[in-house]
Design a protein around this ligand. Structure first.
Ligand SMILES: Nc1ncnc2c1ncn2[C@@H]1O[C@H](COP(=O)(O)OP(=O)(O)OP(=O)(O)O)[C@@H](O)[C@H]1O
Ligand SMILES: [K+]
Ligand SMILES: [Mg+2]
Length: 711
């Protein structure tokens, strides 16, 4: 016997993306710099800092100038030493501020991880009689994978799992920040529930899918805290480049022996500074030169840029499981979306029985009902509901047979009753089943199927052994606002492809309405996987959004796999991102954030390297001008003295880090346009800016520091 479940009402959905509704993100509060200072000081520990080679070298430099200056104290020596330490602290501050946002979020999440009591059902099995089930109360944190629990209205769901019986409205605001309740039901692609969310109405039975400590909220906390953040391959490569530059400049500084020349220069320029022991100064100047030359700006901001990228995802209610996924999103070439539940609302409801071949409508309804009695998918339940309206609420109560569940491979479901073998499913599948049984398909079927499909509906053909009885029409609605988003993707150069298990006519109708570039119909899970592999040929990156268990292999294969939060746990496990709002158009924002991350990193790297070279040319003439009068002509900035030139450069080198923290956190502005336009624009702005800014800034700083006695 099969227990009946009520048909799910329409689930409220988010139609507009609500960027940043979780945290008022974006701008940097100056107080945050101050609050993060203790953390920045803690990061001075060389055992932590060595992971950032450029900053580690700077710290060693600061240590050296401290050691040089102690026996030979001078105003210049102490000022340089102070600013070198500040350089390292500013770099740590950038990282600490970036991390602090996530930490605040983790604290809020921890509050939702309240200890609850779970009602475990021992002996529960599909269709098991109530007498076989024993109920016991255990603490939620002792639930293991595979345990089955009952949750009633008003109670917190004790752990992550799949609904195996019943349908309920659930308040998921604890994790999504969205107060409208969502429907969770057994059987379909909306069966996953998250621990810590609350059942508002009805009773559901949930099979736990996670071991203790591995829950979604646990993973979310680790994620936003950045505790396990790993450097992405791109970051590692960039780090290698920075190390290489650092080593080159280290050698350049040491082997060029500028000191001998410099001492002569100082002598010629300002004989009174000779009173300062030249040996003390020599070391300090050498270190200053080195720090000015190595790419400290990008070295200081690199990690903050990565953390901020992850954080921007969280602010858009997207949980990226790895920084690598965020980066990949910025480079996506093709976007694959599944139809049902992603492009359409996904609660396909039966709304008409269309008989063929002289069958009576009530006979079709009865056959559809019998074949759906054990069908736990939302489609199956909606057929039951509609059929009972036609043939009475008690129809089929006496039926007992072998149930054939729906599978995405057969595209059919049904029942083998004594004397009646019934199937319903995709037109092609059921037609060939009828033919295999020795029957024939009435010619009028094609027209009915065509008509239902071309309006975007899904036709399910119902048949009995050798006879086609008719068609059940399932209606689904395309989510609003998709066309604009897909247009936007096209402008970014991204191809959108809809993939579906549905027939080509329905697929085309929905594809046209939604405005995707291309579609693939009658796709099995293997087809979806094969399509992704084909698109990935030649190193192109593929993003995929999906919600169903049959999407899981494809989500895992895609470079960016975005699972809808409303989807199944299998889908959420397989992907490398989860969208808490279950909004397929979110992928546009995900791509934008990815691009913004790549562009920000590129722009600041360009700026940093241009900057260092400019700094060198800004201070060289000032330093060596006195002994090489030819160079003096290059001293266009007219800096006060060699010492003031060096000090100004070191101060600028440190201050520019703090000045760029907001940009690193917020990201360089991104507007949809081609990659080459963006590259050209950024080279101009950040390359040229990187050359010009130091000249102006060092001059301004020099105007101030020249008043310090001894400089
Ligand atoms: N409960 C069911 N019983 C019988 N046939 C079904 C049932 N649900 C769906 N079908 C048929 O099987 C086809 C394939 O279903 P599948 O879940 O693979 O894809 P889909 O849901 O249509 O699309 P998508 O891949 O976008 O989720 C459907 O288009 C429909 O014709
Ligand atoms: K530098
Ligand atoms: Mg599906």
């Amino acid at each position: 016997m099969v227990t009946e479940a009520p048909v799910a009402p329409d689930a409220p959905r988010t139609e507009e993306p609500r960027p940043g509704h979780r945290v008022a993100g974006g701008l940097l509060d100056p107080r945050q710099l101050w609050k993060s200072l203790p953390e920045a000081l803690r990061k001075l520990d060389p055992r932590v800092l060595w992971r950032n080679p450029v900053m580690f070298v700077t710290e060693v430099g600061a240590l050296l100038t401290t050691v040089f200056t102690i026996p030979h104290p001078s105003v210049f020596g102490w000022l340089i030493t102070a600013w070198l330490w500040l350089t390292v602290i500013f770099a740590n501050l950038a990282e600490a501020v970036a991390e602090s946002r996530g930490r605040a979020q983790a604290a809020t999440l921890r509050l939702t991880r309240r200890q609850t009591v779970a009602r475990r059902l021992v002996g529960w099995a599909e269709g098991a009689p109530p007498s076989a089930i024993r109920e016991e109360e255990i603490p939620a944190d002792r639930l293991r994978r595979g345990d089955v629990v009952a949750v009633d209205a008003g109670h917190l769901i004790p752990g992550d799992g799949d609904v195996v019986d019943g349908v309920a409205s659930v308040d998921e605001s604890a994790i999504t920040g969205e107060s409208a309740p969502v429907i969770r039901e057994s059987g379909g692609d909306r069966c996953a529930v998250t621990g810590g969310t609350r059942v508002l109405s009805d009773r559901i039975v949930v099979r736990i899918t996670q071991e203790p400590g591995e829950s979604f909220i646990d993973r979310m906390i680790t994620l936003v805290e950045g505790a396990k953040r790993q450097k992405t391959p791109n970051e590692l490569a960039l780090n290698l480049l920075l190390v290489a530059l650092t080593i080159i400049f280290l050698f350049a500084t040491v082997t060029l022996q500028p000191m001998a020349i410099f001492s002569k220069g100082v002598m010629a320029a300002a004989p009174d500074t000779l009173a300062i022991t030249s040996s003390g100064i020599a070391g300090v100047v050498l270190v200053s030169l080195l720090v000015c030359l190595i790419p400290t700006t990008i070295g200081a901001l690199l990690s903050a840029i990565g953390i901020a990228g992850m954080d921007r995802m969280v602010q858009r209610n997207v949980l990226a499981m790895s920084g690598r996924a965020v980066e990949a999103a910025g480079d996506v070439h093709t976007l694959l979306l599944d139809k049902t539940g992603t492009i359409t609302f996904g609660n396909r409801q039966a709304d008409a029985f269309i008989p063929v071949g002289g069958t009576r409508e009530s006979d079709l309804a009865r056959a559809a009902l019998l074949s759906s009695l054990a069908d736990r998918t939302p489609e199956g339940r909606s057929i039951l509901d509609l059929a009972r309206k036609r043939v009475g609420p008690d129809a089929g109560a006496e039926a007992d047979g072998v149930w054939v569940p729906f599978s995405a491979v057969t595209r059919m479901s049904g029942v083998d009753l004594p004397g009646r073998v019934l199937r319903k499913g995709a037109a092609a599948s059921v037609s060939s089943w009828v033919r295999d049984n020795g029957g024939s398909v009435p010619p009028e079927l094609a027209a009915v199927v065509e008509e239902v499909s071309s309006s975007g509906g899904t036709p399910l053909v119902v048949a009995e052994q050798t006879r086609v009885l008719g068609v059940v029409r399932l209606k689904d609605v395309v989510k609003p606002g998709l066309r604009e988003r897909f247009d936007e993707m096209r402008r970014m150069g991204i191809r959108t492809v809809m993939i579906t298990g549905d027939n080509p006519v329905t697929a085309k109708a929905i594809a046209d309405e939604a405005g995707v570039d291309d579609f693939l119909a009658e796709a099995t899970p293997e087809d979806k996987l094969a399509l992704i592999k084909k698109e990935q040929e030649g190193g192109r990156l593929v993003a995929m959004t999906g919600d169903g268990t049959n999407d899981a292999p494809a989500l895992a294969q895609a470079d960016v796999g975005v699972a809808m939060n409303t989807g199944t746990s299998a889908a959420k496990e397989a992907g490398n991102m989860v969208d808490l709002d279950s909004d397929p158009t979110k992928i546009v924002e995900i791509v934008e954030i990815g691009k913004q991350l790549l562009i920000t990193r590129g722009a600041l790297t360009t700026f940093s390297i241009a900057n260092d070279i400019a700094k060198y040319f800004a201070i060289l003439p000032a330093m060596f001008g006195p002994i090489y009068p030819g160079l003096q002509r290059l001293n266009i900035m007219g800096l006060h003295s060699p010492l003031s030139a060096i000090l100004s450069a070191v101060i600028f080198n440190a201050v520019v880090i703090v000045a760029l923290i907001p940009l690193a956190l917020r990201g360089v502005r991104y507007r949809p346009s081609s990659a080459s336009t963006l590259l050209a624009r950024n080279l101009w702005v950040y390359g040229l800016g990187g050359v010009v800014v130091p000249f102006v800034a060092i001059k301004l700083i020099d105007l101030v520091v020249q008043f310090i006695p001894g400089i």
